[in-house]
Design a protein around this ligand. Structure first.
Ligand code: ADP
Ligand code: MG
Length: 287
């Protein structure tokens, strides 16, 4: 590999908004045969909005007040929805985030739980007839969360995030470059499958806890693959670091950008197949 051609390659990439941290990453990009993409903020825009709320006013007030303490995009969507509906938010006494499951909050000696089925199971909450409503949202690609107050099921809030317009084309091009494409998410299986279908991904690994994302990448590597990981979140950083090539979304968190080998500016997914093509063209010139 001549240093000059590598420099030309990374320079060309940089002009398009693909920032390699070093020439060796361009060489390793050439060898990739699998790519794992995070869902929220990577494949989707990461700007979710509430589409449905089932429950009474008190449930909405406590739900939104509880979520005010969370930095999760789902929480931001819920707070925005309550504010738009002129809901007065109240102060929180105690806040705990349960990664991958939801939140547990105390507000004037009431206990509020917001999160997925697992959170409700762990607290032995009977969600009664909510299951069918939950499933109906999930098959549409929405993320639905259950609300419980003082041990009683009180409602559902459903949130939708839209896919990036160029995602289907980017996925198609990645497949054309010979890569196996996999989606990785903490969200539930049904929602993940619905989003995957919209963008043309057939392999999904869902309900992955934040601390397990890196293990999943390692498993794919152990099956003999050279794996790229694409992500934007703090919880993607260990997976970005362990992957053969970590690709950070430029609009994502600083932590993800630091852990990655490559950053694509503006979160444009088409830059990923472009990076692969540049690596192929560069290495071909070398040989
Ligand atoms: P993602 O990979 O989509 O960022 P996370 O691991 O952050 O997923 O979250 C997984 C699931 O945990 C969410 O789909 C949701 O059901 C639940 N969850 C996480 N944070 C919150 C929150 N602040 N409020 C309610 N539910 C939450
Ligand atoms: Mg994300």
């Amino acid at each position: 590999a001549t240093p000059t051609s590598i420099m030309v390659g990374t320079g060309k990439a940089a002009e398009s908004g693909i920032l390699f941290k070093g020439g060796e990453h361009l060489e390793r990009t050439h060898a990739l045969n699998a790519i794992v993409l995070d869902k929220t903020g990577t494949i989707t825009k990461g700007k979710p909005e509430v589409t449905n709320f089932t429950g009474d006013e008190e449930a909405l007030q406590l739900l939104a007040s509880a979520e005010k303490g969370s930095e999760h995009p789902l929480a931001e969507a819920i707070v925005a929805y309550a504010t738009e509906n002129n809901m007065e938010l109240v102060d929180v006494d105690h806040f705990i985030a349960i990664p991958g499951h939801g939140i547990e909050v105390t507000i004037s000696s009431k206990q509020i739980l917001v999160g997925n089925r697992k959170l409700m199971q762990d607290h032995q909450i009977d969600v009664g007839g909510a299951e069918q409503e939950l499933v109906n949202y999930e098959i549409e690609g929405k993320t639905a969360m259950l609300i419980a107050i003082d041990g009683k099921y009180r409602g559902i809030v459903s949130v939708a995030d839209t896919i990036k317009e160029t995602a289907p084309q980017a996925i198609r091009e990645l497949k054309e470059e010979g890569l196996e494409v996999i989606m990785l998410t903490g969200d539930n299986e049904r929602t993940a499958q619905a989003i995957a279908k919209q963008v043309g991904i057939d392999k999904v690994i869902a309900q992955v806890l934040p601390e397990e994302k890196a293990d999943k990448v390692k498993e794919i590597q152990d099956n003999g693959k050279k794996v790229a990981m694409v992500g934007d979140g703090v919880n993607d950083a260990p997976a970005l670091a362990i992957a053969d090539i970590g690709i950070a979304i430029g609009t994502g968190t600083e932590v993800a950008i630091e852990a990655a080998d490559v950053t694509i500016l503006g979160g444009e997914l088409l830059l990923i197949p472009k990076a692969i093509k540049i690596s192929h063209a560069t290495i071909k010139n070398i040989r």
